[in-house]
Design a protein around this ligand. Structure first.
Ligand code: AMO
Ligand code: AMP
Length: 591
C-alpha cells in the first residue's frame, strides 16, 4: 500500500509523489490549511491539505486522532522558518493529493502525542495504545536489538538454541511455583519453570556442550520495580569450562552488548569481589560501586562500652556494629536525619545513631551526637580514626544482628547516593564470587541454598561439606551492574554423592529427592560432564540500557505489582465445567 516509510521522506524526494500509511498523530487547522502529523512505525511526516483540493480537504476535516489513513501526495520543501529539526523529515512536507481513511478510531482513553501523566492501570488496560507512544516503542525496539545481539554472539560461539518444556516439574529457584492442573492425570499438576535449570544440565549430559535459550521463567514471588512474575532469561550452559572461562566469555558478550546498544566501553576485566568483601564494605552482595561510601566495621572497638545497644551486638557472633561516613553530611538537618532513621527501620534497624564532626581538633567538644555520653573519649577517637573522619562529616552507625545492620546501612548508602547524587562514573560492573553455599532460614533456622541446590561447592568431599555447611563456599558468580543483579550462575554438581550430600544438608531426604528430582539424579550417573552456566535477566538488562525506571516499561504486556493483567483481566474465574473436568473444587466461598 505504501511507497515509503516516514523516515525516507526528505529533500532527496522533492517533487516526487509518495504514498504513506499510518495514524493521524495530530491535526491542526491553521490559516485555512489543515496540517496532519502522519505517524508510522518510523516517525512522523507533516502533511498539508489545501482547500483547493476539495475532496482531500473534506476528508481531512473528518479525520480524528489515531484514524488510520493512506495519504498520497508530493514532497515539497517547507517554507523558510518552518523547518522542524526534531523530525528526520523536518525539512520537507507532503502536499496531500489523495486521502483514504482505512479505519476510524474511538476517542482515545489518553493521548499518545504529548507527555501526559496517565495512571498505570489505564496504560496497561489499553496497552496497545500505550505502546504507540514513541518512547515505549523505542524501548521495545532496543529490546529487539538486545536479543538480536545475544543470538548473534552466541551463534558465533557455537551455542545451540534448544527449547525446554514450559509444562514441567518444579525447578526450585527460591520462589513459589505457578501450578497448572492436568486434565488427563486428575489430581496431578504441572509446575511452570522458575528457570530451565535442570533441563539445561540434562542437555550437557547429552553432550550438547554449549546451549542457550531466550526463555520465559515464572516465579510467584513478591514483586518489585525490577521483578515480574513472568520474565525472560538469557539462559546459558556449557560443558568443560571452568568458572573463569565462563566469566571471561560472558564478559566479552556483555562488553559487546553495551558497546553495540549504547556505545559504552565497560572497563575490562570486570572487577571480581568476594561475597564477604561486598557485604563488609557495602552491606550487600550487589553493591552499586558508583557510590563512594563504605561501611566500616567497628565491633571490636565497642565490645566493652557501657552502651548496650552497641555492646551486645559487638559481643554476639551473629551481631555487627558498623559505621557509614558521609563526607560533608554535617549539614543534614534534624528532620533529614529523622527521615533516614525512619528509612532504615524498613530493614529492621531499631535506630540510627550518628556523630556530626564539626571541629575534630576540639575533641568531644567539636562533635555533636546523641550517643557521645555513652562512650569513653578514647573509643570515640579510635572510631573517628578508623573511619577517617574529617570536619563536616556525619557518621552513621548500625548495631544489631549482622544481617539487619548490613541491609540497613547498605540501603542507606544507596539512598544517600541517590538523594545527594553522589554517583561517580556511569557504569560499574563487577563479578561477585565466593558466595557461601548455605545460609540459615531466619524463621526455621534450616539451611537454605544461597543459589539453587545444584550449585557446586568449592569443597570436593561430600562428607567434609556435611561436617561444616556454614563455612562452605560455592562456585557461583553473579554479574552486578550499578547495584542490580543482571545475571547469576555457577559450576554445577556433576557428582551424585555430592548432590545427595547437598540435599541432605537442605533437609531433603533420599525419598523426597528421588520423588522431586529423579530425572536429574539418574542423569548424573550416566556420564555427566563437568558443566556450568549462567542466566541473565533480559528485562533488567533492557531496563538499564533504555534507562527505564520500571521493568514494566520494557515488557510489552506486563503484569501489575499484584501479578494481575489489566488488559486481559487475568487471572480470572473459569467455568464450572472446566473445574469439573480437572477434578478441582474451590474450597473457599466467594467473599
Ligand atoms: P537467578 O535466579 O539468579 O538464576 O536468575 C537469573 C537472573 O534472572 C533475573 N531475574 C528476574 N528478572 C525479573 N523478574 C524476576 N522475578 C526475576 N528473577 C530473576 C535476574 C537474575 O540475575 N537457573 C539460575 C541461573 C544459573 O544458575 O544458570 C537462575 O535462574 O537478573
Ligand atoms: P536511645 O538510647 O534509644 O535513645 O538511642 C540513642 C541513639 O542510638 C539514637 O540516635 C538512636 O537512633 C540510636 N540507636 C538506637 N538503636 C540503635 C541501633 N540498633 N543501631 C544504631 N543506632 C541505634
Amino acid at each position: 500500500m505504501r511507497s515509503h516509510y516516514s523516515d525516507q521522506i526528505n529533500k532527496s524526494l522533492l517533487e516526487n509523489s509518495v504514498s504513506l500509511c499510518g495514524w493521524v498523530h495530530r491535526r491542526r487547522n491553521h490559516g485555512g490549511l489543515i496540517f496532519i502529523d502522519l505517524r508510522d512505525n518510523k516517525g512522523i511526516v507533516q502533511v498539508v491539505c489545501d482547500p483547493e483540493n476539495k475532496t482531500t480537504f473534506a476528508l481531512a476535516e473528518k479525520l480524528g486522532r489515531e484514524f488510520v489513513v493512506k495519504i498520497t501526495g508530493h514532497v515539497r520543501a517547507r517554507p523558510e522558518g518552518t523547518v522542524n529539526s526534531a523530525l528526520s523529515s523536518g525539512e520537507v512536507e507532503l502536499i496531500a493529493d489523495e486521502i483514504t481513511i482505512l479505519n476510524k478510531s474511538l476517542p482515545l482513553p489518553f493521548n499518545v502525542d504529548e507527555y501526559q501523566e496517565v495512571g498505570e492501570e489505564a496504560r496497561l488496560r489499553y496497552r496497545y495504545i500505550d505502546l504507540r507512544r514513541p518512547e515505549m516503542a523505542e524501548r521495545l525496539k532496543t529490546r529487539t536489538q538486545i536479543t538480536r545481539y545475544f543470538r548473534k554472539f552466541l551463534d558465533e560461539h557455537d551455542f545451540w538454541d534448544v527449547e525446554t518444556p514450559v509444562l514441567t516439574k518444579s525447578t526450585p529457584e527460591g520462589a513459589r511455583d505457578y501450578l497448572v492442573p492436568s486434565r488427563t492425570h486428575e489430581g496431578h499438576f504441572f509446575a511452570l519453570p522458575q528457570s530451565p535449570q535442570i533441563f539445561k544440565q540434562l542437555l550437557m549430559v547429552s553432550g550438547f556442550d554449549r546451549y542457550y535459550q531466550i526463555v520465559r521463567c515464572f516465579r510467584d514471588e513478591d514483586l518489585r520495580a525490577d521483578r515480574q512474575p513472568e520474565f525472560t532469561q538469557l539462559d546459558i550452559e556449557t560443558s568443560f569450562l571452568t568458572e573463569n572461562e565462563i566469566q571471561d566469555l560472558m564478559e566479552e558478550m556483555i562488553h559487546g552488548l553495551f558497546k553495540k546498544i549504547i556505545n559504552v566501553d565497560l572497563p575490562r576485566p570486570f572487577l571480581r569481589m568476594t561475597y564477604h568483601e561486598a557485604v563488609q564494605r557495602f552491606g550487600t552482595d550487589r553493591p552499586d560501586l558508583r557510590i563512594p561510601l563504605e561501611l566500616t566495621e567497628i565491633s571490636d572497638l565497642v565490645k566493652n562500652v557501657e552502651f548496650k545497644v552497641f555492646k551486645d551486638p559487638a559481643n554476639d557472633p551473629f551481631g555487627r556494629v558498623a559505621a557509614l561516613r558521609l563526607p560533608d553530611g554535617g549539614k543534614l538537618t534534624r528532620k533529614e536525619i529523622d527521615d533516614y532513621t525512619q528509612y532504615v527501620s524498613i530493614f529492621g534497624a531499631k535506630g540510627l545513631a550518628y556523630i556530626k564532626v564539626n571541629e575534630i581538633e576540639k575533641g568531644a567538644d567539636g562533635l555533636q551526637s546523641p550517643i557521645l555520653k555513652f562512650f569513653p573519649p578514647e573509643v570515640i577517637q579510635e572510631i573517628l580514626k578508623r573511619v577517617k573522619a574529617e570536619n563536616g562529616d556525619i557518621i552513621f552507625f548500625g548495631a544489631d544482628k549482622a544481617k539487619i545492620v548490613s541491609e540497613a546501612l547498605g540501603a542507606l548508602r544507596c539512598k544517600l547516593g541517590a538523594d545527594l547524587n553522589l554517583y561517580q562514573g556511569e557504569w560499574r560492573p563487577l563479578w561477585v564470587v565466593d558466595f557461601p553455599m548455605f545460609e540459615r532460614d531466619s524463621g526455621t533456622g534450616d539451611w537454605q541454598p544461597l543459589h539453587h541446590p545444584f550449585t557446586a561447592p568449592k569443597e570436593d568431599d561430600p562428607q567434609k561439606l556435611k561436617n561444616n555447611p556454614g563455612d562452605s563456599l560455592s562456585r557461583a558468580y553473579d554479574l552486578v551492574v550499578n547495584g542490580s543483579e543482571l545475571g547469576g550462575g555457577s559450576i554445577r554438581i556433576a557428582n551424585i554423592d555430592m548432590q545427595y550430600a547437598v540435599f541432605d544438608i537442605l533437609n531433603i531426604n533420599k525419598e523426597q529427592a528421588e520423588a522431586q528430582f529423579s530425572h536429574l539424579l539418574q542423569a548424573l550417573q550416566y556420564g555427566c560432564p563437568p558443566h556450568g552456566g549462567i542466566a541473565f535477566g533480559v528485562d533488567r538488562i533492557a531496563m538499564w540500557l533504555t534507562g527505564a525506571q520500571s521493568i514494566r516499561d520494557v515488557i510489552a504486556f506486563p503484569k501489575t505489582q499484584t501479578a494481575w493483567c489489566p488488559l486481559t483481566d487475568a487471572p480470572s474465574e473459569v467455568a464450572a465445567v472446566q473445574l469439573k473436568e480437572l477434578g478441582i473444587k474451590i474450597a473457599k466461598e466467594k467473599k
